[in-house]
Design a protein around this ligand. Sequence first.
Ligand SMILES: *[C@@H]1O[C@H](CO)[C@@H](O)[C@H](O)[C@H]1NC(C)=O
Length: 479
Amino acid sequence: MNTNYGSIHSLDTKMTSTAHSIRLIAILFLLAVAVNWQYGFSSTYLNTPVDQFKEYLNESLGGDMSEGTYNLWWDLIQNIWFVGFFIGIFLNPVLNDRLGRRYGMMIANSFILIASIMQFLAVLLYIPILLIIGRAIASTFTAVAFQAVVLYLQESPPTHIRGTASFLSEISFALFTIEGTMLGTDELLGNNLPWLTASVIPICAFSVVILFFVPETSKFLLMSGADRSVVEHSVRFFHGPDANVATILKETEIEIAEEAISSTWSSILDLVRIPHLRKALILAVCCLQNCVALWTFIYNSTLFLEDINIDSGIAKWAATAMCVSYFVCTVIGGTFVDRWGRRKILIPFSYMNVACIAVFTLFSQLQKLQDFWKYFGVATLILFAGSYGCGVGAISWFISSELTPIKYRTLMQSACYGINTVSVVISTFVVLPFYFWIGTYCFLILYCLPSAFALIYITRNLPETRGREIHDIVNELRG
Ligand SMILES: *[C@@H]1O[C@H](CO)[C@@H](O)[C@H](O)[C@H]1NC(C)=O
């Protein structure tokens, strides 16, 4: 779009093109907020007001709840999220591919709205089973909506800002995990569970309404054989009124023409059978492997830090500092990703991320010899969250879409997110028993070792995707 810097006319075009980029980023940010406000909130709001939820359960169950019953209910309420999310991952090809990104997201967000009302009523009327059902529905469709938003951010913007646009999902998610955590404190809504759960309902309503104003991505429209006028309207909406529609659509046409696909479910085998898809799958799974450790450290940082003799006030403060550092760094990463490229951000920050875990292990052992090493431990965890935010997180979640032609894209997402979820569940399940057994050395085995192997593969095979059309990237993978 910004060619010919010479003439006054093109200077004008360049200005409107910048203004247009800003407008587009704002629209896409709203779309990301529509999904991730609820997602970030739901992932975190249970963590702070634990005592209030215990009282709520006790009262709901008639006031004579035993510790055992409590543990059962609490585990169910928390973990139903991951079960639902896992199921939702595989609805992606059905909803976002058959019906499209827009209708897939609209349906998902409508279910999430209903689920958020259910959770509010569950708290208000003391019906905990409704809370579980509500969370199950919300998590299932959050997986659908999350994948849809990644597709939107990948497919709708002009290529030169695709990276920044794709970071918006991680940026908004990071922001609303902070919101969910803060809102649950006693000073805000922690002591008022009905208000706490109600707070997200208007946002869920907004997330349905916004989709009436945002068109389907032109790439999907083209693939599904929509009317030319509808496709062109979408291109102009996302690329600006002066966009060169023919050129833009041509790139997508090449991408579509190069792949033949039979039917959704039989083509899942193609992901392992066709060499360039297999390579994309391994690359994406390797990238996501580096994301496994973050939640263990964010949720358990207080425990890990108190064990190295940090007092609980500082440990709680450090947990917040980690979230803030994560958020701030997503903004920094999003700013530079289209200038520096994916490899230059993802690879160094991933190495740094793994190194932080190893160094934290080292400091926690040194602390046994000399106490002051514990402060280096705190600093390392904050650095760990920051390096994750800068590049590891965001890029890993969208790289599968960037490496895969549109016909296989939702399937690829489902496959690698699914594999990643299994990996997360296994590591979350074993990390604490391991930790109590061999101490911080468990991080080396559970996180550093797999990540190191993944990183070697990524360093050798990941193509630079910045500023390139998808068909061009896929061709490089074909080798
Ligand atoms: C539930 O409430 C009763 C009455 O206040 C109390 O005796 C009991 O310990 C509570 N149960 C739990 C698990 O806190």
